[in-house]
Design a protein around this ligand. Structure first.
Ligand SMILES: Nc1ncnc2c1ncn2[C@@H]1O[C@H](COP(=O)(O)OP(=O)(O)OP(=O)(O)O)[C@@H](O)[C@H]1O
Length: 248
């Protein structure tokens, strides 16, 4: 497997807190790879480090090319996209405008420009809306959509342009079981279209259903990796989650 995303020795330190310690991971084209771990394990720090929003040591490569010295917008232009934990849509914009914001051509292009960079070649807004079944609701405002659809629109926004790798930071938080299952099908479809997907989520049913492989972080260190079934059965992983929920 050729890794589209690879990190080696990724280390993030906030003052005295070692948020990531020597993390190496790979995500291949067509793969959904999970990143799980208890609260405070360092998952968001890793996404921040990979995308250039947190200072880090170590390497980050996209399709074999080092991008760890590039600023966030240049990594985005190179094909690396992310969603944010508090990734709400803009309430006053339509779904289409929300998705188009990432192109730098929407009404908020100046605000968004630094995060999204200039529009790389690749999927356009209509293509992405269609991929996610959002074209029927493209002219509605987010508040008129179910929470599940809103979450899907948030992911759609990250895929406009030349995205090759997408990092999803707790994209399914707050969804009910059915919405989460539908969301998972969309995530799989994204991977099957050739992208590499790194999925952070606390919903272990979603992770087990959707991920090909999973890495487990605890105190910033990878303590296990493998198939969802293998890592969820791993005693070290169950110990790390002691006192918090680990299902199924
Ligand atoms: N900007 C920051 N400044 C200082 N410490 C931080 C900062 N961001 C995160 N941390 C600390 O780094 C550690 C890892 O936090 P991080 O948010 O990456 O964990 P997480 O696995 O994403 O947690 P959660 O599941 O709760 O979102 C924690 O101890 C956290 O308090």
């Amino acid at each position: 497997m050729n890794a589209l995303l690879q990190t080696t020795g990724l280390t993030v330190r906030y003052g005295g807190v070692l948020a990531n310690d020597d993390v190496g991971l790979t995500v291949g084209a067509g793969e959904v790879v999970g990143l799980i771990g208890p609260n405070g394990a360092g998952k968001t720090s890793l996404v921040d480090a990979v995308t250039g929003f947190a200072p880090a040591r170590g390497t980050v490569s996209l399709a074999g090319r080092r991008i760890d010295r590039l600023p966030p917008h240049a990594r985005r232009r190179a094909g690396l996209a992310r969603t944010w934990q508090a990734g709400e849509l803009f309430a006053d914009l339509t779904v289409r405008q929300n998705v188009a914001v990432a192109t730098g051509r929407g009404p908020l292009r100046n605000l968004w420009g630094d995060l999204a960079g200039r529009r790389p070649p690749g999927r356009d807004v209509d293509e992405v809306l269609e991929l996610f079944g959002l074209h029927f609701v493209a002219d509605r405002r987010p508040g008129e959509l179910s929470l599940g659809r809103q979450k899907i629109a948030g992911v759609a926004r990250a895929l406009v342009g030349g995205t090759r790798v997408v990092l999803l930071d707790e994209p399914a938080a707050g969804l009910d079981t059915d919405e989460s299952a539908e969301f998972g099908r969309h995530v799989r479809a994204v991977a099957e279209s050739g992208l590499a997907v790194l999925l952070i989520d606390h919903d272990m049913t979603l992770v087990a259903d959707v991920c090909d492989r999973v890495y487990v972080l605890d105190y910033g260190v990878v303590i296990a990796d493998g198939t969802p079934q293998a890592v969820l059965a791993d005693p070290a992983v169950r110990r790390a989650y002691l006192g918090s929920e680990l299902a199924p």
